[in-house]
Structures are given as C-alpha cells and as structure tokens.
Design a protein around this ligand. Structure first.
Ligand SMILES: Cc1cc2nc3c(=O)[nH]c(=O)nc-3n(C[C@H](O)[C@H](O)[C@H](O)COP(=O)(O)O)c2cc1C
Length: 396
C-alpha cells in the first residue's frame, strides 16, 4: 500500500490539523479548522521544513519519528517565524541537538529572540543553494509576505516549492494531502478569507514575490496551511496575483450599520436597484452581525463597495468605524466606491465617509445619500441613482 504522506519521492508530509482553536491569531474564526504543514525531505542529508504550532508538538514529533525512526535530522529550514510554524523549533533542537537551523539573518535574530537559541545556524541569502545529496534546495527571499523574514525554499530536482504561508488557506486537511486526492471546493473561499485578513496589506511584496517565482518551473506547491497544490497551481497563483493587485470581480458588497432599520432600508433599496441594473453578485453585510473576516474577504473579492452608516454620537456607527480602519490598514485599492448615511438631528456619518474616501484617495462614484430620520420618495430616488452610477461603472 502506498504511503499517502509521501507526496513526492522522498518528500513527506508531517503536518497536523487543528480542529480545536476557535480564532486564528485570536481574531479570525476557523469553522473549517486549520492545518499547520511541515515536510521532510529524505536524501543523503535529511531536511525538515518548518514546524507546527506549540499545541501539536508531541503529535508532530511522533509523525517525524514514524518516517525517520532514530535517524537524525541534518537541517531545519525555517521559511517563516510566526509561532504557528516556529513554536516547535525548540523541541526539535532538544530531540535533534545536532540539527542545523537554516534561515536568513532576520530569521536567525527572531529565533534568538523567541526561543533563546543562539548557535548551530546556517545563514543563507537570496539565491543561495544547499545540497542534500541528490536533491538541491534553492532559497528565495520574499520579505513581507507577510513578515520581514519570510522566504521560500525550492527543491530543484522535484520542482517543488515550499512557499510558507503564501498560497495557503484555512481548512484542515481531511484525508488526502495533495489537491488531486480531494474535492478542493471548500478551500477557495477560505483562501480569499486567509489572504484578505492576514496577507491583505502586503499586495506589493506579494507581487514582487510572484515576479521572482515567474522564472521557476513549479510542479508542486507545499504551503504551511491547507492542501498541497499540484493540479490547481495555476488557479492558486492567479488568485494570489489578482488579490495582491487588488483586482476585484464584478459584484458589489454593501457594508452597513443599522440599529433601528432606517439605514438598512437604504441598503436594501440600493441592492434591489443594482440587481435591476444587471449586477448578479450582491452581498449585504450588516456590520453588527457578519464576522469581520467574511466582510473583508468579500470586499477583497468584489470590485464594488458601498458603505452605509447611521450617525452615532457625532461619529460613524462604531462597527463601521472599525471596518473602515481595517480597510485603511490593508490599503485596499481599485474599488468602485459609493456611500450613504443617516442621522436624526445633525449628520456626521456621511461627512466621515467623505473624509475616509479622501484618505484612501478613492474616486467616489455617484452622489452620496444622506437621510434625515426616515425614508422619503426623494431619498429612495437618490439611493437608486447611487446604485445606477455604481452599476454603470461596473458594467463599463
Ligand atoms: C446612541 C445613539 C447616538 C446617536 N447619535 C446621533 C448624533 O450624534 N447625531 C444625529 O443626528 N443622530 C444621532 N443618532 C440618531 C441616528 O443616527 C438616527 O436615528 C439614524 O437614523 C439611525 O439609523 P438606524 O435606524 O439605521 O439605526 C443617534 C442614535 C443613537 C441610538
């Protein structure tokens, strides 16, 4: 019987699944769980690539032993230092005291800082190679995808790229490990959500990394989260390419806050009109109900964005304020943007959204609609006009 963990001749998967954690990074829900992937390359020398979250160290060590027996590990290659991948480094060093830790100067500084390990490093630079015997590894620095030390490791003979968090997604690996062994459908939205929430700010560094990878013949991508990509390599790279260029699909996300339904009424009128104008992908997110990670994911996915907010103590509705600050942090670009707001005695929401558009340097599409108290026929018409302008721009 073949060993499903041998994903390429002498390359083994030794990652683990986390179905326990509720929030990744204490922020992002994990309804489908998450995997922490690690790999072993067995050659004349043995290399372990990345490690796993602290909670799974015991299980991880048993998986390594199942493949290596008592054989030592020569190299631990550290592509990324975020603790969900680096937290088992100290345990690896304890079980395999002779292991050389391979990383760049930033990695090494972080290993000292996080884990107090100060010796037996092999420092590499962009383009350096390391021979394991028959297989050769080449290192590509990919800073800020999404930490400063991030790098990728390419196994030349196997055309296999160990990409760290890049091309990763939420979702455990339930059975098969390579995409050819599974139905990948459930991972695509989780890839959007992973990218937009965690990598989203770093569009330019992702583009730089993609350019660097362009000259490499990639037959397999081994990320640190989610399936190993083989069949879907083109799709995965094109999703990361599109998202990092902030290129949205045709569709509109309406993100609104509403306490008593008046602002929501405006959102519904706008959505109805967008549909009449032929927009098929329309998503309404009540910012008090939808989880922020799903809102951000949809906002990255679609080109149209309309924000609506009541005035709240002379400010934006608090959850809308929180939402726009996340958009600013991620420096989202290339949106067809419109907005609306409501008030009862002195409006501030629309003014604040105008200031937000200025800060983002976004062109505003359609006239912003500001409603006092309840909806009127005039305000209904203004909402429709806003929707028409957005639809026209998207349908150009
Ligand atoms: C706590 C609170 C603070 C508010 N602050 C303001 C305000 O500063 N200025 C104003 O004109 N209206 C203010 N309003 C009124 C709302 O902006 C207004 O009723 C709006 O239409 C509510 O929209 P909604 O029905 O979608 O929740 C406030 C309402 C609440 C509940």
């Amino acid at each position: 019987m073949s060993n499903i963990t041998e994903i390429r001749p002498n390359i083994f998967y030794v990652g683990v699944n986390d179905r326990t954690k509720h929030l990744f990074e204490g922020l992002w829900p994990l309804p489908l769980g998450v995997s922490y992937n690690s790999y072993i390359i067995k050659d004349e020398k043995i290399a372990l690539i990345d490690t796993v979250d602290f909670c799974y160290t015991e299980l991880y060590l048993s998986k390594i032993r199942a493949i290596l027996g008592n054989h030592p590990i020569d190299y631990l290659i550290v592509n990324h230092m975020e603790p969900d991948h680096s937290a088992s480094i100290r345990a690896i060093r304890e079980y395999y005291p002779q292991v050389k830790i391979v990383g760049n100067s930033k990695t090494i500084g972080m290993i000292e800082g996080f884990y107090g390990i100060c010796d037996n490093f092999c420092e590499i630079k962009d383009g350096d190679t390391l021979s394991l015997g028959n297989k050769n590894l080449k290192f590509y620095m990919t800073p800020m995808v999404h930490w400063p030390e991030t790098m990728m490791t390419y196994c030349v003979e196997d055309k296999t790229l160990f990409s760290g968090d890049a091309f990763g997604c939420f979702g455990t690996i339930d059975g098969g490990i390579i995409d050819t062994e599974m139905n990948t459908e459930r991972y695509w939205n989780e890839m959007y959500r992973y990218y937009s929430n965690i990598v989203g700010k770093y569009g330019n560094p992702v583009q730089t990394a993609l350019k660097k990878l362009r000259g490499i013949d990639i037959g397999m991508i081994c990320t640190t989260h989610g399936p190993v990509w083989q069949k879907e390599i083109d799709k995965v790279i094109s999703i990361y390419d599109r998202l990092s260029r902030y290129e949205g699909e045709n569709g509109v996300v309406i993100v609104y806050g509403s306490m008593y339904g008046n602002t929501e009424r405006m959102a519904e009128i706008i959505a109805h009109e967008l549909a009449l104008k032929g927009i098929k992908n329309i998503i309404l997110h009540n910012v008090s109900k939808s989880d922020m990670s799903y809102i951000l994911s949809d906002v990255f996915k679609y080109k149209g964005l309309i924000i609506g907010s009541p005035t709240y103590t002379n400010e934006l509705f608090p959850n809308i304020e929180s939402f726009i600050s996340k958009i600013e942090t991620r420096d989202l670009k290339n949106r067809v943007f419109g907005y609306f707001g409501s008030y009862t005695w002195a409006g501030a929401a629309v003014k604040r959204l105008t200031a937000f558009a200025d800060r983002m340097k976004w062109e505003v599409t359609g006239a912003p609609v500001e409603m006092k108290q309840g909806i009127t026929p005039d305000k209904e018409n203004e909402c429709r006009a806003l929707a028409d302008a957005i639809a026209m721009k998207l349908n150009l």
